[in-house]
Design a protein around this ligand. Structure first.
Ligand code: ATP
Ligand code: MG
Length: 446
């Protein structure tokens, strides 16, 4: 992409309405534009990152054996009357009437609708286990929308629902989700810690929230800091292997990590003092096992192997896809701008031409662009007739992890400069070597 032809409306000034750094940088980098409180347009740069994040979420859900579908944003109220939540949900639900005077709503979540799909088509244990998910816009009329996409009213969420014949299978589905989420966040360059969340009406130890540590987070968190060093890495997981999946969950949930809702001071004090930490976190996901709460209310049953008809066991599992942009920026930035992790960056590399109009520099940039494209790595080429300082400032603000700087002086020696956004370190090398290096860096992320 050539910057002269792109749509990147960067702002020079700090927008007064933005209270936290991610919101500020998303506005300044021309990623989003507010259209109403908590409702945003996704401008091209923001849209690219949103799609990258969505892609990673899809890949990891599919890897875990979960099946994508798509449900609508608008739902009939009657489904929610069946579960009793139409009245319970309160003011966060956006209620709408159609021209026939039928009650509709903009879905804040989809337990009822997915249960309706299930009961229409599935009735035997033979069709289980089954986990269906979608990534769709949600609407919650939050009392205090704020911090940009972090707490929106319209937001993009992955929500998945497992259907299982018995409690053990449903708990395996829960564990499968936990592991797939850990991998999802790691691919985005995040450390998201599963923390025991407030247990639902069923009680027990079966809901976890995933929190990214950040001073601007809305949740207070209490944890053993050794939990932040745990990594899934590139180990291969057999998602059908119950013991293996459960083992990984144990590994990641044994050290103390809780939000204020479930915090237990007595247990906390047993952590060696040097590792005992209190901080803040951003909730980027939550998994939940709730058994037969919806299936019983809505008559979603299956016939077991033994011939008994039982309500199907369920859980639901969400990832805040649009919130993740904010969380990643909170976790990865400096005073010049965003620093995208390679997994989610809108462009893998930027090209800065120090002397636009210089025949050798123009040709070298075009050559780099072509060579990168041939490797499936689309660069953002700043081909504008601007001062070098302004070009660097834009690149730093929008946070591409790598920059190739091309100028007549370097070209005389046959080199360009490759710079890491994260460390600021630069290295001179031949243009072909820079392309190879970029390809190498991104190989694990494709
Ligand atoms: P919160 O406690 O932050 O209001 P929640 O627990 O109500 O969130 P869930 O129903 O668990 O949210 O939704 C799954 C995920 O969707 C959350 O973990 C969060 O990442 C994201 N999410 C929830 N509400 C919003 C919102 N208003 N704006 C952006 N993302 C949201
Ligand atoms: Mg939640």
């Amino acid at each position: 992409m050539r910057l002269s032809r792109y749509f990147l409306p960067v702002l020079k000034e700090n927008p007064a309405e933005a209270q936290i750094v991610s919101h500020r940088y998303m506005l300044r980098a021309g990623m989003i534009k507010q259209q109403a409180a908590g409702i945003y347009s996704w401008l091209p740069l923001g849209y690219r990152v949103l799609k990258r994040i969505e892609q990673i979420v899809h890949e990891e859900q599919i890897r875990a054996g979960h099946i994508p579908l798509l449900m609508p944003t608008l739902q009939p109220a009657d489904l929610w009357r069946e579960s009793g939540r139409y009245d319970d949900y309160g003011q966060e639900m956006l209620r709408i009437k159609d021209r026939q005077d039928r009650d509709m709503l903009y879905g804040p979540t989809n337990e009822e609708m997915i249960t309706d799909i299930f009961r229409a088509h599935v009735s035997s244990y033979k069709d289980l286990p089954l986990t269906l998910y979608h990534i769709q816009w949600k609407f919650r009329d939050e009392m205090r929308p704020r911090f940009g996409v972090m707490r929106g009213r319209e937001f993009y969420m992955k929500d998945g629902y497992n259907f299982d014949v018995d409690r053990d299978s449903a708990l395996h589905a829960y564990n499968r989700h936990m592991v797939s989420y850990l991998r999802t966040y790691e691919r985005m360059g995040l450390t998201a810690i599963p923390m025991r969340a407030a247990s639902g009406p069923i009680g027990g130890d079966n809901t976890h929230e995933f929190l990214v540590l950040a001073n601007t987070g809305e949740s207070e968190v209490f944890y053993d800091d050794r939990v932040t060093a745990l990594k899934l890495g590139d180990r291969q997981v057999d998602y059908d292997d119950r013991a293996e999946v459960e083992g990984i969950c144990k590994e990641f949930t044994t050290l103390y990590a809780r939000t204020d809702e479930t915090h237990d001071e007595g247990l906390f004090e047993q952590i060696p003092e040097a590792h005992r930490k209190v901080g803040r976190g951003i909730e980027v996901g939550q998994i939940f096992y709730f058994g037969t709460k919806y299936s019983e209310a809505m008559g979603a049953t299956v016939v077991t192997k033994e011939g008994n008809r039982v309500p199907v066991e369920m859980g639901s599992h969400g990832i805040g896809v649009s919130r993740l942009l904010g969380a990643i920026i909170e976790a990865s930035h400096d005073d010049k701008g965003i620093i995208w992790p390679e997994g989610v960056t809108p462009f893998p590399v930027g090209i800065v031409n120090l002397k636009q109009g210089d025949a050798a520099a123009d040709a070298a940039c075009a050559g780099l662009e072509k060579a990168l494209l041939a490797k499936g790595l689309e660069p953002l080429y700043d081909d504008r007739d601007e001062r070098a300082g302004a070009k660097f400032a834009t690149m730093d603000l929008i946070g591409l992890p790598w920059r190739i700087t091309v100028g007549p002086r370097g070209l005389e020696k046959g080199v360009v400069e490759l710079t890491s956004r994260r460390t600021g370190e630069s290295e001179e090398m031949a243009p072909e070597a820079a392309v190879d290096r970029i390809a190498q860096i991104y190989a694990p992320h494709r």
